[in-house]
Ligand binder design. Sequence first.
Ligand SMILES: Nc1nc2c(ncn2[C@@H]2O[C@H](COP(=O)(O)OP(=O)(O)OP(=O)(O)O)[C@@H](O)[C@H]2O)c(=O)[nH]1
Ligand SMILES: [Mg+2]
Length: 695
Amino acid sequence: MLFIDLSLNPVLNTHDSDISHPVTLHNHVFRGANRLRVALVGQHNSGKSTIFHAVASTSYRTGKLAGTHKPYAECPVQIGVDEIHLVDLPDLQSLRNLSGDDLEALKYLLWGDARPLVSRHERSEPPVPFSRPDVLVYVIDASALQQSLELALELPELGLPVVVALNMMDEAHRKGVEIDIEGLAEKLGVPVIPTVALKGHGLTELFNKVLNCARKRSCPLPQSPNPHIMEWASKMQHNVDLPEIQNAFAMPKNQLTMHLLEADSYFMHELESHFPDALAKVKALQNEALEELPRALSEEVEADRHHRAACLFESVAKLMHKPKVSWEERLDMLFLHPSWGLVGSLTVFAAVLFMVFEVSTTLDAMSAARLADMVSSWQPDTAAGVVGRAVIDGLIGLVGIVVPYMLPLLLMLVALEESGIMHRIAFVVDRFFHAIGLHGKVAVPFLLGLGCNVPGIAATKGLTSGRDRVVSSLLITFVPCSARSAIVLALGAKYLGVMGVFLLFALSLLVIAILGRLLSHRYPEISPGIIQEIPSYAWPKWRPLLHSTWNRSSDILTIVTPLLVGGSVILALLQYFGADAWINTALAPITYWMLGLPVVLGVPILFGVLRKELSLVMIYQALGTFEVGLAMDWIQITTFLVFLLFYIPCISTFAVMLKVIGRKEALFSIALSIGVALITAVVVRLSLSGIENLL
Ligand SMILES: Nc1nc2c(ncn2[C@@H]2O[C@H](COP(=O)(O)OP(=O)(O)OP(=O)(O)O)[C@@H](O)[C@H]2O)c(=O)[nH]1
Ligand SMILES: [Mg+2]
């Protein structure tokens, strides 16, 4: 591959003031102020924006190139420890003879937000408010390779490192176009990475290559035209080889020469305005060429480039028989297709629900419920006995979380990770999660939260960090876990009907969406975009599967166990010493005054902190009947369910939050959940009462 060192390029030196004090490049990390700027360039519909959105941050800056209707977008993206600013540019067909809106993209590539002497007289702002790119990613539609090769031959003139993303490889494959990727890379003198942006394939390699090229500070040699054009090129270069012209245009000499050879109107015009003598020489040379050559020099240069692109295409691409569609490709239709892809995510959603309502409930009946039955006859009447029973209850509660929920759901998470399915779900739902300021990576923890919030929050630990981990953990506590769903289904279905149950779950979704937006104000840092690796499909292997599941569960147990047992002992002692009435009175301002519920519901609500299902059992005891409808009207039942859906995460969830996001945020989560539960329950109560009065 042909590379030149940037430090030898005089034009680039003018852009890079640090070049005289070289940094030790191997240790150079592109972060913070040193972020690399990478621009996506390419023809219309080649997939630039698809690549951009596949790796974009949760919010990004957009705008129009100054004075044009051509949109651009820009955002930070994290690649391992490095960070880049990624710029999605409007389409660019060629570097030559651009005019109007198209010219602005070229000006950005040449000068960024700087103004060289030749363009200072222009009244409009620089095309964009940020600097010139450090590296170019040329996005090519592999299924229409020939049309893209001319620009591929021109881009090296810009004097920047270039990496080619040979995109739409799936389309090329489907059409039977086979491309010799190594041959193409060698002939262009740039790395070529095959990608399928729509499915996230090849993006990790692409951006790693971008970093690599930036670290090496190497860029391709400009492609030489045919010898007869070279003769005219060196004559032309001689005409403009003056330091004042180089300074005024601030662009590589080669490139200016090629623009003038092709009589590019913008550059000719600028030369005329600033260096009329030089223009006269350029025109004289063009006239001389017209006499010697069969056609105008500009046409000769264009034809030469066209010819070289065609030869290159012939040498690297051939048409094959249409290949068979592999099973991986068929599966990807299900998991990664822009619209069908959601089917795969929904299938996993259904699998989680099946796991929770079939497997987990069976396991629960076989483990915790059986143990609870065994100790149910033991009703101690001494304080020591009560403590002993409470410890046993706490441990049974632990079994009730670990055996039916935590182990199977974490096992499922690890299996989804190892099989490559989780990465695909994350990729497909990414844009939906961006709406609440998160990345699609947290989709599976949210799904697991439907079973039990504990494994859901535990799963965020391995997938996210910093702000994203805190926000996703806080939001997962609002995902109705199976215990809360069971209460809503038991009471809601009986007294509010299917529609009522549906609306309660829809309310949870709405609350999560609104909170996601609100939490973005509390945690305003925009998490940079990430490159979502899409690994190949693989069968999960039992040993690593079990090992990984146990690793993730064990450290959580160490913190959940004491809290669950401790909480159980405290509540049992309160009951033993007859604090029920006291608890109910203490909670009356909430239960009775704010929510309009019977005062006796204070104890069931408090015990729900231990395990949410306890609230359901205890509400029957508190009201003294299984017919809740006799003691509460439909508005009270709805208000109670809404409050129960959102208030304080159970003690095990709190414990896992302590471990995953720390004490401060875990305590904030309690305040947040109480606030949200009170506000929504009061709003629902008042709205329903208002509606009832109207009817
Ligand atoms: N089959 C397939 N389609 C793709 C791929 N990448 C992008 N597309 C589709 O190609 C179309 C154009 O993609 P864009 O990302 O908008 O292309 P662009 O280069 O930004 O286009 P302009 O902004 O108009 O220059 C969209 O319909 C994408 O879904 C790919 O790898 N495979
Ligand atoms: Mg686009």
